[in-house]
Write a protein that binds this ligand. Structure first.
Ligand SMILES: [Zn+2]
Length: 406
């Protein structure tokens, strides 16, 4: 048993005045973000000075005396806005450092009413947030009912309230919770992520790509058409907008569900999971593949594998993008340049005559390369038992889990 942080998502059913207050709070959080972004920009361009979180926080206290309506909403929402801004700034400066003056690193943008995530975050202190059955008590809002779809276990750390594009209110409740770790297993695996199949494992298992967007294209297209034909400002337009947003949300939910189930199963069945370190951003530039790639949500999938690995003492080992996993014959190590052609699904090795199925061969190579890197970096050849299988993952991972980082 160890402690982890886990988020539980529920759909809120606010009454009218609660709905008004949630929207107000989201608006105020955005106002604070933009106001301080402007201030920081101004200070930076005029005097090259940076305004840190503490300084902003002091200014916010003064601002609240000036602007009455900021006092009406949850104070944590406003503070967290400043924290988000601080993080955005830190990321901006580290991106700038990495880019070494190259173009492409944008300055932080102002948030607007459309296109940005409409949400605010509140923190737990002195039982200001409580949970009883299907009711959630939130600062300023009081008790809000929600649809209960799962048991929420643990101590609440914070809650993020989001208004989706279709007008639903979602609360993501982050809890510190005890976790029952999966039993240890001796199997390890390599995964080759693809478009034709979602993934092919080194054990020769193929998981089909559900392609949710592709299957819903016709529906989405008709909703888009209805929206573009509707008159601006009409109630039909509002209805069409909500319908379209709902179908996008449904696709996201279906896909998340698929990714959760698949990542959980892989973590349960294996100790070491070797995977290619995909650079999705670069791949999405290839327009022909772009839709399929973003539909596949590989980076989300890898993130899920990584945090679940921490929860259950598993290891996710990434293999560099430049490793020629498809071209190398897993049997003899010969590199076959012909395999660069994506159409070539299977090939006989010119050197050892081994018959290679493209994806299985790639996943086997990723598996071997992953184990090699792991042995070289963590230095745990003694952890490999007589069969060459890993018995225990490194102590480093276990420590991270103990510390409760999720
Ligand atoms: Zn060969």
């Amino acid at each position: 048993m160890s402690y982890i942080q886990k988020a539980f998502k529920v759909t809120l059913i606010p009454n009218h005045s609660q709905e008004v207050l949630i929207n107000k709070t989201i608006g105020c959080a955005r106002f604070v973000y933009n106001r301080f972004l402007a201030l920081r920009k101004e200070l930076y361009s005029a005097e090259q000075k940076t305004l840190n979180y503490n300084a902003c926080s002091q200014q916010l206290t003064l601002l609240k005396k000036e602007i009455e309506w900021l006092k009406e909403v949850d104070k944590f929402a406003l503070q967290n806005s400043l924290k988000n801004l601080e993080t955005a700034y830190k990321n901006f400066f580290s991106d700038l450092k990495k880019s070494k003056g190259k173009k492409g690193v944008g300055f932080r943008k102002f948030k607007n009413k459309h296109g940005c995530k409409q949400s605010y975050k509140t923190n737990f202190t002195n039982s200001n947030i409580q949970l009883i059955e299907n009711r959630l008590k939130l600062p300023k809002l009081g008790w809000v009912r929600f649809h209960k779809s799962q048991d929420i276990i643990g101590n609440v750390v914070n809650v993020t309230i989001t208004r989706t594009n279709s007008g639903k209110y979602i609360a993501s409740i982050l809890c510190e919770t005890e976790i029952q770790k999966y039993p240890q297993v001796s199997q390890n695996i390599g995964l080759d992520l693809g478009i034709k199949s979602y993934l092919v494992t080194s054990n020769n298992e193929t998981v089909d790509n559900p392609k949710y967007y592709r299957t819903q294209t016709r529906k989405l297209r008709s909703y888009h058409k209805k929206l573009s034909r509707s008159v601006k400002g009409s109630s039909n337009r509002v209805k069409a907008k909500i319908k379209l947003a709902r179908s996008y949300e449904r696709i996201t939910n279906l896909r998340d569900d698929f990714l959760h189930k698949l990542s959980t199963r892989i973590i349960k069945e294996n100790t070491v999971i070797c995977i290619e370190n995909l650079r999705v951003a670069n791949m999405v530039k290839n327009h022909k593949l772009a839709l399929s790639i973003s539909d596949a949500s590989w980076s989300k999938f890898i993130t899920m594998l990584e945090y679940k690995a921490l929860w259950h003492d598993r290891i996710v080992q990434k293999v560099g993008t430049f490793y020629p996993s498809s071209q190398t014959c897993n049997h003899c190590g010969f590199i076959n340049p012909q395999v660069l052609d994506l159409k070539l699904r299977e090939w006989s090795c010119p050197s050892c005559d081994n018959y290679n199925l493209r994806d299985v061969n790639a996943s086997l190579n990723i598996f071997c390369e992953g184990l090699r890197i792991l042995t070289a970096t963590v230095g745990i050849p003694e952890a490999l038992n007589a069969c060459g299988e890993l018995v225990r993952p490194g102590a480093i991972q276990a420590e991270i889990v103990e510390a409760g980082i999720a």
